[in-house]
Design a protein around this ligand. Sequence first.
Ligand SMILES: *Cc1c(COP(=O)(O)O)cnc(C)c1O
Length: 410
Amino acid sequence: MPGPGYYWIGKEEEEELIDVIRAGYLFRYGDVKDPSFRHKVKTLEEELSKNFNVKYALAVSSGTAALITAMSAAGIGPGDEVIVPGYTFIASISSIVFCNAVPILAEVDESLTLDPADVEKKITPYTKAIMAVHMIGNQCNLEKLQELAEKNKLLLIEDTAQAFGGSYRGKRLGTIGLLGTYSFNIFKTINAGDGGLVVTDDEELYKKSFAFHDQGHFPLRCGVEVGNRSIIGQNFRMTELTAAVLLAQFRKLDKIIKRLKALKARFKEQIRDIKDLEFRRINDPEGECSTILTVFLPDKKSADAAAEKLKTTTVSHSGWHVYNNMEQILGMKTINLRSNPLKNQHYRGNATYAKGMLQQTDRLLERAINISVGVVDAGLGSAFGINLNSSEEEVDQQVKQFKRVLEEVL
Ligand SMILES: *Cc1c(COP(=O)(O)O)cnc(C)c1O
């Protein structure tokens, strides 16, 4: 089951989409003087950069494409290490691999985002960037991560796929690091099935991102092209159809988050007094997306028992987002692509990907249960909970069930 935006797909999305279909122009480029060209992609980029107060926004085909584009623009490549949390979606890691760089897994702390203390320990002479993943609706400790990045001359990239619309100290997530990325896949805050976006305040990085996402072209394919393309790019372009749906979804963003906040607050208030139950630390409660309410039980045993009775799993067993369950990378020593002659010959790093290597993360996730507020997804471990359209009665009912189960297991 999907993310919150899905629940509010309606006539606005239909109208935007029909507008494009009637015009017949589905490609992102066209003649702006031609009234049948509706330029939805460009409009989405403009509305987003204005609303999020960031200079440049570039729509792409997915969150994964956004990450590869952003890192390629930033010059991350062979021989570079990128520090990434062990609790994230595989795309954060695979995108680093596809930039021919080396992912270095780091611990999360009680916020279930990168633990700055462990990030510091993982810095080597090869480290080029920190990928701050704002997991399940909440911010990383950006103050500390920014400090580390500055001190060690590292690039800070925000993977904001799971926290679109959230903010940190008044600034939208994704707009604080050097580059930020979003995803509009069905499981995210707003969606068009698939889609993504890169944001930055740096003109040069925007130009490089643009070129990378569109076969080396200049922004909007304006100006000199042939004879002037300095890089080999990809086709990660967004279509007008996708942007049409996203425009309608984007205009609902603040309402969606407001509603999620109210639902989460109602749930949280009623379970606050349960003895021995702790909440995930939120680095900026004002700016959270409130898609998930994460609780910690006292130990693995009680968490397993509670999860079973709630017909869900602890986060450890939720599959998709925990390094221990990523059989694609486990044991690969490494993704360190030294043997390939195209790759950096001088890299002598020592990345490993082994089950149980992040003990602090393991200890936290085995006690954690994700209660759905807006993202109902067994793959996130959030099969139990409520959704964007839940009534107050439904919330209270789920609260009752939760309390009953906790009384049994604690
Ligand atoms: C979903 C997700 C991505 C990738 O986004 P897609 O649009 O599915 O390619 C990247 N990082 C995280 C943390 C995600 O949850």
